[in-house]
Each structure stands twice: as structure tokens, then as C-alpha cells.
Design a protein around this ligand. Structure first.
Ligand code: BES
Ligand code: ZN
Ligand code: ZN
Length: 472
């Protein structure tokens, strides 16, 4: 499907359908009110009414704010795709709504059909966004930026949605290599021998029972005079069976999504390089598969991490933090001049219990950074909420036999104790530069919400692009 922004009046553009967003209090004044009411249309948010003969598609909205428009547009595109019409047009009222419309059309219209033998081909091909604003070139650049970010989000979704027999640490490395080639990024990949030389005892233990070699992927985007340097770290568990602390059968389903942090980081560096932002970005990915086998790592094992901190394994299903411990340590050595260090991980089920499925948990020490990330959250439409560290929860990670335990002694506050485990591997000088994003709830969905459809959502991409675009 094509989306075009046109510098024209709505009436000057020819298309099969005109999309009209309507608030409840606008219904009475609409020239079609009688027929709309007859059809039972009340302009409730996300409800549609198609007047086929007139070529009109109405969609209710609570307000003209981006969040409501994005969600409504996602409903509209589904209605258009299941119609026999080929094209539609919509008038852009304000420049601030362009991104919401683009996200609704692109992300709400996203489908992942790679494994279906029969795909219903929709007749619908083209959307025109029309505006004859005097400042059209400004609108155009907002439109182009929104398209880059939305497409990078789909790129992230595509990799997360791929089945675990297709994406393993090696093939994920191939995806990263191809991205590096296409987008002119530097790319360095460490194999297991390299990881052993780096003494990454925690990360290596997690991947030991897999038939696929673990890999640490490092991509970098280096513009000439960067304003800031950002280190991104992604949890890339291409499958999380739980290991010997095996997951229950029903909890294992969807665990191909445990690579979503890694895929988000790939989507972010793709978007930043295409937006040509003046910020240096390093993306580090710990690509590992957590499996069972005779050589699997075990509860009771004591691992020596790259930072020399020893870790008592009490649950092999708390594997993400072990991988991140080593990758974070490596990343801090590789990029000493980073201004920000952000890690993205589908780290805990507890985060979902704390915040629900629609909000990512953010954890760290800097109030200013939490504030700035929260602003990027509301500006991008991705919801985030801070989960506060405290010294009492920290004590629950105490081990009787090693420096730290990989699981807390009590389950309450599990997202925070996981975050505090990672904190152990953040160096003193980097404490205020670091933020941990737990995207366990937001990265994947089995029921559509907002502009998310079944499967991967691409959580983190829009949020980070918003944050990075705002860097002064
Ligand atoms: N990958 C999971 C977390 C997860 C759960 C992500 C559900 C998405 C949906 C992680 O590796 C895990 O298994 N965490 C454990 C930690 C526990 C053993 C301390 C969890 O959340 O149960
Ligand atoms: Zn796990
Ligand atoms: Zn996991």
C-alpha cells in the first residue's frame, strides 16, 4: 500500500473513498447525519460507518489528539482493506496529526503473512493525505520522517514475528549484517571463541545447550559531528524455553518474542541512520538461545561474568539478565564516551503484572532522564512508566554463595529486582546515563490495540526515535 502527501485541497484529489473522522459533538451538524444515525453510528471512538454509494467512510473519535487519531486510523485501514475500493483520501487538519495518520495507516495496516500459503490480496492500494497548508515543505519533512520511523517499526516487527526455526543467533547476525550493508553501518560480530576470550561466562552459559552458537552483534552509526553518543543494548533471546527451569507448555508459546529488545535496537539504528540524525548510535545485541540438554547450565551453577562479579543461578529462566550483564559490561568498555546507555529487554512477566500489557517499564537512577523519556513516551504515543528502585528490594538479590543471585528471594517487585540485578553491572560513572526498558508486556500482543495488530508491536522504536530526534 502506498501513502502520499499531496499539496492540494481535498476536493481536488480523485479517489474512491473519502475518510471522515468525526467527534460525537460534530455528528449533528454533518450533512449525512440522518443516514448515519439510521445506520446506528454514534461516532464512538474506533467505530466506523461506510456509506458505500457515496464513497464515504466515517470513523468516530473522542478527540483530535494524536492518540485517538492513530487508533481510529488503524480501524479505518482495516475497513478499507476489506472493501473493494482501491484508494482513499483524508484531509490533514494540523501538522501534529500527520504522524498519527501515518502510524495508523502503516502500523495498523501491517500484516505478517510469510508463512501462509494463501494470502487474501486486498484491492486497496493507495492513501492520499491532502493539505494545502502554506508551509507544505515542513509538512512534507514531518511526513517523510514519520514514514521512516513507521517502516523501521515494521522492520522490527518482521524479525520478531519470524519463527524460531528461522531466526537463531546466527541468522539474527545475518539480518544485522544485511542492515549494516544496506545502511552503511559498521558491523562487528563476536562468535563463541571471541566471547570466551572476553570471558563472558554468564552469556556463554545461557547459550550452552543450544545447537546454535551465541553471538554478540555490534552495529554502529557514526555521523561526522555527533551531538551525542548513544549506546543501545538489546536482549536477543531467539528462543526462551526457560532452560532446565523449563517453562510450562502454555507459557513457552510466544517465546520467539524474547528477541524483541534486540530487534527494537536494530529498528532504532535503521531509523536513525535513515533520518540522518546527528547522533552516534551503537547497537549491541546478545543473541542467544536458551535450551535444555546434557550440557545445559543449571540452577546451583555459579557463573563468573565478564565484570568478574560471580552469579549464583537459581533459575535458568532468568536468563536475559545474565546475557545483558555481560553485554552491558562489554558495551561500557567498547564505547567509553557514551552519553546515554539504554537497554531494551523482554525481561520479566512481573513487569506485565505491575503495569499491564500496554506500558513499558523504565528503570534507572536519573530523574531527569526518566522525565525526558516520559516526555518522548507521550510525544510518540508509546506508554512508559517508571518503576522505582529501593534498597530493600536490592537485598533480595543477595546470594549466600556468590556475589549476587540471578533471582530475588521473593517474587514481589520482580521487574524492579531484575532491573536492580542489571544495575550491578553498570559502572559508577555511568549510573546516571543508564536506563533499562522492560518491554515484556508491550513487545508482543495476541489481540490488537491502538496501532498494534496480532504479533510483534515494534515497541521501543517510535519511543527512541522521538527521544533521539529531540537531542540538542
Ligand atoms: N523472557 C522472560 C520474560 C517474559 C515473560 C517475557 C512473559 C514476555 C512474556 C524471562 O526470561 C523470564 O522468563 N523471566 C522470568 C524471571 C523469573 C524466573 C525470576 C519470569 O518473568 O517469570
Ligand atoms: Zn526466561
Ligand atoms: Zn527471556
Amino acid at each position: 500500500m502506498n501513502i502520499k502527501l499531496l499539496n492540494r485541497e481535498l476536493d481536488e484529489v480523485a479517489s474512491d473513498v473519502t475518510v471522515v473522522f468525526l467527534k460525537k459533538d460534530e455528528l449533528a451538524e454533518n450533512e449525512h447525519v440522518a443516514i448515519l444515525q439510521k445506520a446506528g453510528f454514534k461516532a464512538e471512538q474506533d467505530t466506523t460507518c461506510f456509506l458505500y454509494e457515496k464513497g464515504l467512510l466515517f470513523c468516530g473519535i473522542d478527540s483530535k489528539k494524536s492518540d485517538d487519531l492513530r487508533s481510529a486510523t488503524s480501524v479505518v485501514i482495516k475497513a478499507l482493506k476489506s472493501s473493494n475500493f482501491k484508494s482513499a483520501k483524508v484531509h490533514v487538519e494540523k501538522k501534529s496529526t500527520i504522524s498519527a495518520l501515518v502510524e495508523g495507516f502503516v502500523l495498523g495496516g501491517y500484516e505478517f503473512n510469510e508463512y501462509k500459503s494463501e494470502v487474501k490480496n486486498s484491492e486497496f492500494k493507495e492513501v492520499f493525505l491532502t493539505s494545502n497548508d502554506i508551509d507544505f515543505s515542513n509538512l512534507e519533512s514531518i511526513f517523510n520522517e514519520a514514514m521512516i520511523v513507521a517502516e523501521a517499526t515494521c522492520f522490527t516487527r518482521d524479525i520478531v514475528n519470524k519463527a524460531p526455526q528461522e531466526i537463531n543467533p546466527q541468522t539474527l547476525s545475518d539480518v544485522a549484517k544485511k542492515l549494516a550493508k544496506d545502511n552503511n553501518l559498521e558491523c562487528n560480530i563476536l562468535n563463541e571463541d571471541d566471547l570466551a576470550k572476553e570471558k563472558m561466562g554468564a552469556m556463554l552459559a545461557v547459550g550452552r545447550a543450544s545447537v546454535h552458537e551465541s553471538a554478540l552483534i555490534h552495529l554502529s552509526y557514526k555521523p561526522k559531528n555527533p551531538k551525542k553518543v548513544i549506546t543501545l543494548v538489546g536482549k536477543g533471546l531467539t528462543y526462551d524455553s526457560g532452560g532446565l527451569s523449563l517453562k510450562a507448555a502454555t507459557s513457552m508459546v510466544t517465546m520467539k518474542m524474547d528477541k524483541a529488545g534486540a530487534c527494537a535496537v536494530l529498528g532504532i539504528i535503521k531509523a536513525v541512520s535513515e533520518l540522518k540524525l546527528d547522533v552516534e548510535v551503537h547497537a549491541f545485541i546478545g543473541a542467544v538461545e536458551n535450551m535444555v540438554g546434557g550440557n545445559a547450565y543449571k540452577p546451583d551453577d555459579v557463573l563468573v561474568s565478564r565484570s568478574k562479579t560471580t552469579i549464583e543461578v537459581r533459575n535458568t529462566d532468568a536468563e536475559g539478565r545474565l546475557v545483558l550483564a555481560d553485554v552491558l559490561d562489554y558495551a561500557q568498555d567498547s564505547v567509553k564516551e557514551a552519553d546515554y546507555i539504554f537497554d531494551f529487554a523482554t525481561l520479566t512477566g512481573a513487569c506485565m503484572i505491575a503495569l499491564g500489557q500496554f506500558t513499558s517499564g523504565i528503570m534507572g537512577h536519573s530523574h531527569k532522564l526518566k522525565h525526558d523519556i516520559s516526555k518522548a513516551g507521550s510525544d510518540s504515543g508509546e506508554m512508559v512508566s517508571s518503576l522505582p528502585f529501593n534498597k530493600h528490594l536490592k537485598k533480595l538479590l543477595k546470594s549466600e554463595i556468590a556475589d549476587i543471585s540471578n533471582t530475588a528471594s521473593k517474587p514481589y517487585g520482580g521487574a524492579i529486582t531484575a532491573g536492580m540485578f542489571l544495575d550491578k553491572f553498570i559502572r559508577e560513572e555511568n549510573k546516571n546515563k543508564w536506563m533499562h526498558f522492560d518491554i515484556a508486556g508491550t513487545a508482543y500482543t495476541e489481540s490488537p490495540w491502538d496501532c498494534n495488530v496480532y504479533g510483534a508491536t515494534g515497541a521501543g522504536v517510535r519511543l527512541m526515535c522521538e527521544f533521539i530526534k529531540d537531542i540538542k
